[in-house]
Design a protein around this ligand. Structure first.
Ligand SMILES: Cc1ncc(COP(=O)(O)O)c(C=O)c1O
Length: 365
């Protein structure tokens, strides 16, 4: 396929926004076809451009040799190390093939009793279609005027049929965050029979702490985290959940084998990076630098944006008078896309400093 055709295919796949999971599949198809042929900047899926870390790569390559064996031992080690990082035990940890698997496991578990679930809108929605099929009536609650999750309104929606509330903090696609004190107060107020699925995929990019320290006191709280974002291993597919040991047992029962979704190679990479605080600090600081280059360009162009606590920025290009998504695509920068129906707001992932400098030049041109 020609370079031009490939770019068009990729841009179309990304522009063809749909509220369903098809988006992921289409994007994957377009970019996989393009690898090795196209020199473009991909800013569509909030991937970490600095990963995997060198120790993680080395560990993954070495683990290939042992991948004729089931990875029970490394799974246990990883659960222990993750637990220790949060002042918890391995019994507090469930491993999945990405946190996506765990969002599915928790919401399907909640759906066993039927009833409803409450989630902000817009938010990370990939788990919703399966949860609905499994019997949960997922009610969406609009964000507040600043595009921050409206916990008060979500709380008001809880009734006797509510089985689960989903909170993504910081929220995707807006990058906004609810401060820890407010979130903690919310966790304490949600009735104990309602599961709180707290998605912390991006917390490490923010200055707010994880709520993992609350899981032993609140067995209805499940904190979902991932190696895909700040750890830079989206393709390795490793995620984890933190919860009370009794809750973890219930969730393990929803997996074909407990904790067996991730491969020996991926687990070895995760084990190598999990305690690598300097790599995490490097990724966080590079993200902040690159994000500032981008938001400075947005400001310069009269473009409104939501202050971001993540590796992406949500902005409304209306004020610039430019079709920003088209302009970026014309310059081989793909990924600016919409997450709200009939809304001008777009999300763009933050890449490297060099990539965001190019984005900024294009916006200023
Ligand atoms: C908020 C949020 N949660 C979960 C995920 C799923 O990540 P993974 O399955 O790669 O861990 C993503 C991916 O983009 C996300 O943005």
């Amino acid at each position: 396929m020609e370079r031009r055709q490939l770019l068009k295919k990729s841009a179309l796949a990304i522009a063809a926004f749909t509220f369903s999971r098809d988006l992921f599949a289409r994007e994957a198809e377009a970019t996989a076809a393009s690898y090795g042929y196209l020199d473009y900047i991909k800013l569509s899926s909030n991937e970490n451009p600095h990963g995997p870390s060198s120790p993680a790569k080395k560990a993954m390559m070495e683990a290939v040799n042992g991948s004729n064996r089931y990875p029970w031992e490394v799974t246990t080690q990883l659960r222990e190390k993750i637990g220790a990082q949060f002042g918890l035990k391995k019994e507090n940890v469930i491993i999945g093939a990405g946190s996506s698997e765990l969002l599915g496991v928790v919401s399907t578990y909640a759906a066993l009793k039927k009833g409803n679930a409450i989630a902000p809108d817009p938010t990370f929605r990939l788990w919703i279609p399966a949860a609905r099929k499994a019997g949960l009536d997922v009610k969406l609650v609009a964000l507040d005027k600043d595009k921050v999750t409206d916990l008060q309104k979500m709380k008001e929606q809880i009734n006797e049929s509510t089985q689960m509330v989903y909170v993504c903090n910081p929220n995707n696609p807006t990058g906004s965050i609810v401060p820890a004190a407010e979130l903690e107060a919310f966790i304490k107020q949600v009735p104990a029979r309602v599961i709180i699925l707290l998605d912390e995929a991006y917390t490490e990019f923010s200055d707010e702490p994880s709520m993992a320290r609350l899981v032993n006191d609140y067995p209805n709280l499940v904190v979902a985290k991932t190696f895909s974002k700040v750890y830079g291993m989206a393709g390795a597919r490793v995620g984890f959940g933190l919860a009370h040991p009794d809750t973890i047992k219930q969730l393990n029962d929803m997996q074909p084998w407990a904790n067996a979704g991730a491969s020996a190679v991926s687990l070895a990479g995760a084990l190598a990076v999990v305690q690598d605080n300097s790599f995490i600090a490097h990724c966080k600081s590079e993200n902040q630098k690159a994000r500032k280059i981008f938001t400075d360009a947005l400001t310069k162009n009269g473009i409104k944006f939501i202050p971001s606590h993540t590796s992406f920025v949500y902005f409304d290009p209306t004020g610039s008078g430019k079709d920003v998504a088209k302009l970026l695509e014309a310059n081989q920068i793909v990924g600016a896309r919409s997450f709200e129906e009939k809304s001008p707001w777009l999300r763009l992932s933050v890449g490297t400093v060099d990539e965001m400098t190019k984005v900024s030049k294009v916006l200023n041109s």
